[in-house]
Design a protein around this ligand. Structure first.
Ligand code: DAH
Length: 345
């Protein structure tokens, strides 16, 4: 009887040992780490091949075949064990009495548009019907577009009206949608009409009527011979459409560096019809939005000649309008992400 070479004995023993270890693996994770240990790139079985130089030349072919066979045997054993473990897991899951496959599923929770989106869509529909573009401008802006182009140079006290989040790059988070005005003038030249809704950001402490992130809609119309009359008429059309009734509005002087003249637009209180109530603080009027005729400096920054072109602009507080429409008492609810609040709409 010819004696088996030492390596053959070792490989045969290895096969038995690996088989036993594989069968003892109690979880898929344990099996996986065993697989890595045996067959992985740095595994013990592939490492055997490195011993070829120490094997007698006439035995090398047999050695190589034996290692390959060992590898195949162990791989097959692992597969068999894996199947068995998976079946056990499935059986355990099926036998789990806490799971009742006949029970009805929980009702699906169907989402719906956020109230800000609903009101924004209404406003977009109204303005689109009057020939306005709806534009989407960046939330990260240059100091130029947010301030300078709007006739608010660095020294201007109006900068203090809007506390700003500055980025390390020197850019900022836009403090108002007016930052799109000069962009739009460069993009569309004249004449054009557009609204640009979006998020704006202020570095300030929050309370029921202040939020660091809120929503505005900017409106801008550039044409020849634009007057305050156009502005008034557009605003009345807008507000009657949104509130779905004829509304009475009035203008009061207001100061904003990028309009001249600038106004605060008030709306007759919808709660008391002007008699005076707590909603309008007994004034009979509610302050709704600021607006005005575009300042010549802003037209110039937009590359337009103020002797030829004029325009009106408004900045609508979308968050505020949503609060008025739905009677939301605290602006922080709007972006708070609380489903108990949102699911009421
Ligand atoms: N951008 C101003 C703000 O956020 C609001 C505003 C005022 C916009 C007058 C306008 C305007 O377009 O004409 O405080």
């Amino acid at each position: 009887m010819s004696e088996l070479p030492d390596w053959q004995i070792e490989i045969d023993a290895g096969a038995g040992r690996w088989q036993a270890e594989v069968n003892a693996a109690e979880s898929l994770e344990a099996l996986r780490s065993l697989e890595v240990q045996a067959l992985g790139k740095q595994g013990e079985i592939p490492a055997l091949m490195k011993r070829i130089p120490q094997i007698l030349p006439q035995d090398r072919k047999g050695f190589g075949q034996a290692v390959n066979a060992l590898q195949a045997t162990v791989a097959a054993a692992i597969e068999v064990r894996r199947q068995a473990l998976v079946e056990t897991l499935i059986a355990a899951e099926l036998n789990d009495t806490s799971f009742d496959p006949t029970q009805a599923a929980l009702p699906l929770r169907v989402g719906h548009p956020h109230p800000l989106s609903t009101v924004q869509a209404d406003i977009e529909a109204i303005f689109t019907s009057m020939g306005f573009h709806v534009l989407d401008y960046p939330e990260i802006e240059s100091e130029f577009d947010n301030f300078e182009a709007l006739n608010i140079p660095g020294w201007h006290p109006a900068r203090e009206m809007q506390d700003t989040f500055w980025l390390e790059s020197g850019h900022l988070l836009r403090t108002h949608t007016s930052s799109g005005q000069v962009r739009a003038m460069h993009e569309f030249k004249a004449p054009f009409r557009a609204i640009f809704p979006g998020k704006v950001f202020r570095y300030e402490s929050t309370d029921a009527s202040h939020e660091h992130t809120f929503h505005q809609v900017e409106g801008l119309m550039i044409d020849r011979k634009v007057t305050v009359g156009h502005l008034l008429d557009s605003m009345r059309t807008l507000l009657s459409a949104i509130l779905q009734r004829e509304v009475e509005i009035r203008l009061r002087p207001g100061y904003f560096p990028f309009v001249e003249p600038g106004f605060e637009l008030d709306i007759r209180c919808q709660v008391c019809a002007g008699a005076g109530c707590s909603a309008c603080k007994r004034r009979g009027w509610l302050e709704l939005l600021p607006c005005g005729l575009v300042h010549p400096n802003v037209l110039r920054a937009g590359g337009l000649d103020p002797d030829e072109w004029q325009g009106w602009a408004f900045g609508l507080g979308l968050s505020r309008l949503v609060m008025m429409r739905y009677g939301v008492p605290d602006v922080r609810l709007l972006m708070g992400g609380d489903l108990r609040f949102l699911s009421q709409f």
